[in-house]
Design a protein around this ligand. Sequence first.
Ligand code: FMN
Length: 170
Amino acid sequence: MPKVVVIYLSTSGNTKKMADAIAEGARSRNVDAETVNFHEARIEDIKAADAIAIGSSTFYYKMLPPMEKFIESLEKAKVADKVGAAFGSYGWSGEAPVMIAEKMRDLGMKVIDPVLRIQYEPTEKDIEECKRLGKDLAAKVKKTTEKPGSGSTKHEDAGVREVKMGEGGH
Ligand SMILES: Cc1cc2nc3c(=O)[nH]c(=O)nc-3n(C[C@H](O)[C@H](O)[C@H](O)COP(=O)(O)O)c2cc1C
């Protein structure tokens, strides 16, 4: 089963709520998805993942330095060509997710555009958007991990189309 790992930095839980919803969305599309605080992220899990979503809230117009270092350290995990997504809660300027996406691209990852930003605590509607991003990630991962000739079912094809239509909506 394709694997998605959702890594976050969250000081008061807002970005964590987004992370949990992204993982839930991915699982609803039958991929393996787990949520992990960036402090606890293990290199083996990152190496084993087909897609990596990274989220951070914004502080003083950027992401916090430990998260920046963490993302740079991902070069060791050979993340190039993996699917990526960036997200985060913010208050008024919201630079962190944009910076995360940039760094992921520098590492050679295929990052879903645009990033997903939610102001302060996610509402129910925001949580649905986060789930949608998880579904988009699952669809992209299925596409990249699908073996030629393995024959996808009609059901899967329909899921991919539905997700593609939602991609512009973040
Ligand atoms: C000290 C401090 C600095 C902040 N700086 C910014 C900022 O520069 N831009 C912004 O958009 N939000 C800023 N925020 C707001 C947080 O990003 C926002 O509260 C966010 O929801 C926190 O999410 P979290 O619980 O996942 O950490 C700041 C908050 C604090 C407490």
